[in-house]
Design a binder for this molecule. Structure first.
Ligand code: ARG
Length: 439
């Protein structure tokens, strides 16, 4: 039983991947993180009800490959049913479940049951999990007169979570909090996730839902959302629902408190492995993103920062007079200088002098955005790269033609006067080195 679940997940993962290297690279990236900061995973009550085995298999699989996500679960449908049965009316105000004191024992029981169901299912899938129904969220009552025993997280205590991770167990947290005087309160799962995320600063925040992503007007999953560039357009679209707006605002707030490398994924239990271990993913990937800047004034460029970007991207610093001797045309760069393209002029023709992307920023779509802005501006363009440059496969795809010249490959795009190519190639191959020798 246990190995079947894990094995089927592995098979599912393998069947989706074209490139084993992609999977290994992501696995390495995630494994390098302190595991209590890898991922916070929020599981909705509907997933617990309808897809517990899929959920458990997906989580156990992550553990099999050495990753330790932290699970926070809600229990909407479970609580509705339990309160119904206890004949306690449960209404909602501002999306929060009004919680009379007599509902607390019922809620505690229902949430504990959901919590243990997840833990048991993970164990049955061959994983190791720790049940942590209480003891993490210190809470303050929101407004007892209106909401009853509903708390807002005031403090996050990671002791139990870290102990579980140290012991090789997936921590499974329910959204119950305790007030300073020891009273148990109901905490909205999104609020709990927000508090936990703020404290942990995880690399990934994952929402597991049945739909497996945010849906567009045609009911298709939106693959990526870059808040800096896409948010306004999306929020003003005629078809967007109120619920989706709230969700996007929540996610923006989560990401605003995190490093730029962190991201949110909305996916389903079945899609989780593919989402994490492939570039294309399965679900919706949401980043804070960066605005793209265009600098046409050389003096306005933050050269020390750009120099750092180039040095980090190539592993070598630009030569001492690179910047002063550059016949600068313009720079396309993300607002935090994590990806950029320096355009200069060669006999009046646009020449891509440097295309640099930080290692940590790869796979965020930034390089693509910089590239596109550059091509829109300079559809007619030359550049060169060392034959060993790993980016070459991308260049071969993008160029209209290329030719090897000594250690260089010279590329062009949009050239409509073929007779100009040989002269340009000769000139470009003869340009001096722009980067210092390594070592
Ligand atoms: N595997 C990467 C991640 O989890 C990229 C996922 C891309 N997903 C998407 N829906 N476009 O960060």
């Amino acid at each position: 039983m246990s190995t079947t679940g894990t094995r089927s997940t592995i098979i599912r993962l393998l069947s989706h991947m074209r490139d084993g290297k992609e999977v290994r690279d992501y696995l390495n990236r995630f494994s390098r993180l302190d595991q209590s900061r890898f991922a916070v995973v929020k599981v909705g009550g509907a997933v617990i009800r309808d897809d517990l085995d899929g959920l458990a298999a997906a989580l156990a699989f992550l553990q099999t490959v050495g990753l330790s996500p932290i699970i926070v679960h809600g229990g909407g449908p479970q609580l509705d049913a339990a309160l119904d049965e206890a004949a306690i009316r449960s209404e909602r105000i501002d999306g929060l479940r009004v919680t009379p004191a007599e509902a607390i024992p019922v809620i505690r029981k229902a949430l504990s049951a959901a919590n243990i169901a997840i833990v048991d299912a993970i164990r049955e899938s061959g994983g190791r999990a720790a049940s942590i129904p209480t003891g993490v969220f210190g809470a303050r009552l929101l407004d007892e007169a209106i909401y009853g025993r509903v708390g807002e997280p005031a403090e996050v205590n990671l002791d139990l979570v870290e102990a579980a991770v140290r012991g090789g167990e997936i921590p499974v947290l329910a959204c119950l909090g305790e007030t300073g005087d020891g009273r148990l309160v109901n905490i909205n799962a999104d609020h709990a996730v927000a508090a936990l995320v703020k404290t942990l600063q995880p690399y990934k925040i994952i929402f597991l839902t049945e739909t497996g992503g945010l849906l567009d007007d045609k009911g298709e999953v939106i693959s990526t959302l870059n808040l800096a560039s896409d948010r306004d357009r999306l929020m003003s679209a005629g078809w967007i629902t109120g619920g989706m707006r709230v969700k996007i605002d929540q996610i923006q707030a989560l990401l605003d408190d995190l490093p730029l490398t962190s991201s949110v994924s909305i996916t389903s239990p079945e899609g989780l492995s593919q989402e994490l271990f492939t570039h294309a993913g399965a679900g919706t990937l949401i980043r804070r993103g960066e605005k793209l800047l265009t600098e046409t004034d050389k003096a306005a460029v933050d050269w020390p920062r750009l120099e750092q970007l180039i040095a980090a991207s190539f592993g070598r610093k630009p030569v001492a007079d690179f910047w002063t001797s550059l016949d600068f045309d313009r720079l396309f760069v993300t607002e935090n200088y994590r990806a950029g393209a320096v355009i200069s002029r060669l006999d009046g023709i646009a020449y891509l002098d440097k295309f640099a992307v930080l290692e940590e920023a790869r796979g965020e779509g930034l390089a693509r955005a910089v590239w596109q802005a550059m091509i829109d501006y300079a559809p007619y363009l030359y550049w060169r790269s060392k034959s060993s440059n790993p980016v070459n496969s991308f260049y071969f795809q993008e160029c209209d033609g290329s030719v090897k010249a000594g250690p260089w490959t010279v590329f062009w795009k949009g050239e409509n006067d073929l007779s100009r190519i040989p002269g340009m190639v000769r000139k470009i191959a003869a340009l001096p080195e722009t980067l210092e020798r390594s070592g």
